[in-house]
Design a protein around this ligand. Structure first.
Ligand SMILES: Nc1ncnc2c1ncn2[C@@H]1O[C@H](COP(=O)(O)OP(=O)(O)OP(=O)(O)O)[C@@H](O)[C@H]1O
Length: 308
């Protein structure tokens, strides 16, 4: 797959506070890459450096086949919403497409089609300030894709959307990638990230923590967890070999297992005194990996794991 965007070793400080420290990753044609991290990790700063809204102290941002940032080839949904107010929906869409040198006739056709797709048919002549927050977000999203960008950067595209709209966004983002658009997306909704992303780049305090395909990350970092329904003493569960920690709520206990546990071997060796009404074994979710990192519980490190 062709690399569309290459971010290399970005460093950025505000006064004497370093907020980006060696950020390096690529976004390839046709893939959805998620940039993840706790609040204040440096995601928006990374995106702003890519967009040329601010400049890094060192490091580079390179676009395939371009020396400078090809603004007409990029679509950008910023974290800040509702940038325009007293403007009609269609006027704003066409104005922004024109700024990207996109043919007017084609822009208009695409705008009508997208408004219909996003359940905004008939809103062409409504002022943006009269639309709900979610509707505004849909219009802003349409404006970021109307000119058929090669690279689409979405900062928190799902925030504030109801589940139906989230699904519409999700399907559209997936279909854009399937048609070749390179997509960089920041989001805190780990379930959605897990559903649509091909690769992810997780940062904390401006530094890389995890970088790889969703499958690689899950296999590498998502240890198994065993959920048992049945009344058991915490101390008994904690004594079971290869159990890293236990969380209990009423009769349900979740046993987080160490890395490289083989579930079949581990299950065979469970002590007979355990009360088990139900038992399931799964890999921990991206959400749990994220929480480990964001809360500095960081079991990955405690387990002696090397970062990717
Ligand atoms: N213009 C600025 N001046 C000073 N500090 C800044 C500026 N912009 C961002 N920062 C700081 O840089 C750090 C990273 O901020 P950034 O907005 O990139 O985080 P983020 O990962 O996007 O967070 P969130 O998930 O909350 O949106 C934070 O500590 C923030 O306070």
């Amino acid at each position: 797959m062709n690399t569309v965007l290459a971010v290399n070793n970005l460093e950025k400080s505000f006064k004497d506070k370093k907020v980006l420290n060696g950020i390096t990753f690529e976004v390839k044609k046709g893939e959805i890459m998620a940039i993840l991290g706790p609040n204040g990790a440096g995601k928006s700063t990374t995106i702003r450096n890519i967009m040329g809204i601010m400049y890094p102290d060192t490091g580079s941002v390179k676009f395939e086949n371009y020396h400078d940032i090809p603004r007409h080839k990029i679509g950008y949904l910023p974290e800040e919403r509702g940038l325009y107010k007293n403007v009609k929906v269609m006027d704003m869409l066409l104005y922004l497409a024109e700024l990207k040198d996109y043919p007017l006739k084609k822009a208009k056709e695409r705008a009508f089609a997208y408004l219909e797709k996003f359940d905004l048919k008939g809103k062409e002549n409504v002022n943006l300030e009269e639309l709900s927050k979610g509707m505004n977000q849909k219009v802003q999203f349409i404006s970021s894709i109307l000119h058929e960008p090669e690279l689409l950067i979405l900062d928190e595209p799902f925030s504030g959307l109801d589940p139906v709209s989230q699904d519409i966004f999700k399907d559209e983002i997936r279909s854009l990638a399937d048609n070749g658009t390179a997509i960089l997306l920041s989001s805190h909704q780990m379930n959605l990230v897990e559903e649509i992303c091909d690769r992810l780049f997780m940062i904390q305090r401006g530094q890389k923590i995890i970088y790889g395909t969703l499958d690689e990350v899950k296999t590498e970092y998502a240890n198994f967890k065993c959920t048992i329904r049945g009344k058991n003493k915490l101390a008994d569960l904690e004594r079971i070999p290869r159990v890293q920690r236990v969380e209990q709520k009423n009769d349900v206990s979740i046993l987080y297992l160490e890395k490289d546990v083989f579930p079949t071997t581990w299950l065979r060796e469970l002590p007979e005194y355990l009360v088990i009404h139900e038992l399931t074994i799964d890999r921990i979710s991206l959400h749990e990996i994220f929480i480990d990192i964001a809360t500095d519980r960081n079991l990955l490190v405690e387990a002696g794991e090397q970062y990717a």
